[in-house]
Design a binder for this molecule. Structure first.
Ligand code: SAH
Length: 363
């Protein structure tokens, strides 16, 4: 059953206070609600014991705290967990949890589909349906916390869900306002309370929004670079025609960083396209003056893609060249491959499998 009531999730503190005033309550109620919603994670107004029954009932008549609907939840043999979530208009997006030794990272989507059309990305073959709202972005995190029973908000050092990467479906900087609003809610110290140091936003390079991200959010920045010349980058990432490398690198030089908080350059290893020793050396020149680290991503193949993965031996060589120049350049381990949770595979794959199942069922 769809819940037709408006949600209180995703409102800023000021909006929540205004909402209370609009229904004849005192603005301070917003502070109480904030605690119950984002620290305790309650989904039922009746659990809000600091609020008197009549007001609990009044809230329940008018609002919901429901999460997105979990369509499927799959857990990989390596512990990676993936949720396919449906929103109230039936649109879907995926969220992935990746446990590691020293942290647990939730990979959050910012859009349903994507408009970037990066040639190596499966999500890019699917048209943009729409931006996700702030409630739907925060809702992904809350759903994951529900799944691991991680309420009330644990100590920073004792969490499974300790980090966030905005690296799911979509380009977060094409949906800046909703992403910013959601991250501010997530970073609020009286609620979910995740430090900006534990949040990384990944962009394909929407130059005009990079400065704003630094000034307003101060989260870690990752940039999907994937090429060292405009010629190659424009071919595999059309956004480079609009914001070429020189402009992108200038915006990154201006981003608030230091040696402890470097910009991560993601680099998908595509056989014979961007993976030569000369490319590695170009990369080093390109990031000069920027506190940088690299993340080399073995290309995850998908049906119909024109690219091949660089052989592991050459990926290692590429990594060594960067390392010898003084940069950290780990090779990103493919996680959750058995549940199709890897980079560039989100949603579109689930959608393809669903269609396949439907067509088989119809036969
Ligand atoms: N739009 C943002 C967020 C997506 S992050 C961005 O471009 O950064 C997803 C990461 O996975 C990006 O670095 C993307 O380039 C990379 N990626 C996409 N398709 C991939 C594939 N098939 N194999 C490996 N990495 C891929």
């Amino acid at each position: 059953m769809e819940n037709a009531l408006p949600t209180l999730i995703g409102l800023s503190r000021d909006e929540l206070a205004a909402e209370m005033v609009a229904i004849g309550e005192k603005p301070f109620r917003a502070k109480q609600l904030w605690h119950w919603i984002y620290n305790r994670g309650v989904t039922d107004f009746a659990q809000m014991t600091t609020i008197a029954k009549p007001m609990q009932e009044k809230l329940a008549e008018r609002y919901t705290l429901a999460r997105p609907t979990v369509v499927t939840e799959q857990t990989s043999t390596d512990g990676t967990r993936k949720w396919l979530l449906a929103f109230s208009d039936k649109n879907q997006a995926e969220t992935v949890y990746i446990p590691e030794d020293d942290r647990g990272t939730l990979c959050i989507s910012s859009q349903v589909g994507c408009t970037l059309t990066c040639q190596f990305c499966h999500t890019g073959t699917q048209l943009l349906v729409r931006n996700l709202g702030a409630a739907e972005i925060v809702g992904q995190f809350m759903t994951a916390r529900d799944s691991y029973g991680e309420w009330p908000t644990p100590d920073d050092t004792k969490r499974l869900l300790s980090n966030i990467v905005m690296m799911g479906m979509g380009e977060p900087l094409f949906n800046y306002d909703n992403v910013a609003k959601a991250l501010k809610i997530i970073m609020d110290g009286e609620g979910i309370s995740l430090s900006k140091r534990r949040i990384t936003l990944s962009t394909a390079g929407v130059v005009p929004m990079i400065r704003k991200t630094g000034e307003e959010l101060g989260v870690n920045l990752a940039v999907s670079l994937h090429a060292t010349t405009d010629e190659v980058r424009s071919r595999i990432m059309p956004i480079n025609n609009k914001y070429p490398l020189a402009e992108l690198m200038q915006a990154l030089r201006d981003y608030p960083t230091n040696n402890a908080r470097r910009i991560t350059f993601e680099y998908v290893m595509l056989k014979d396209v961007n993976d030569s020793d000369a490319d590695a050396r170009n990369l080093i020149k390109l990031v000069k003056d920027i506190p940088a680290k690299f993340n080399l991503i073995p290309f995850n193949k998908w049906p119909g893609s024109e690219f091949e993965q660089t052989p592991m031996k050459q990926i290692k060589r590429f990594s060594d060249i960067l390392f010898e120049a003084g940069y950290s350049a780990p090779i990103r381990q493919t996680r959750g491959a058995d549940i199709l949770a890897a980079c560039g595979q989100l949603k579109s794959e689930s959608e393809r499998l669903r269609r396949l199942k439907e067509s088989q069922a119809a036969e």
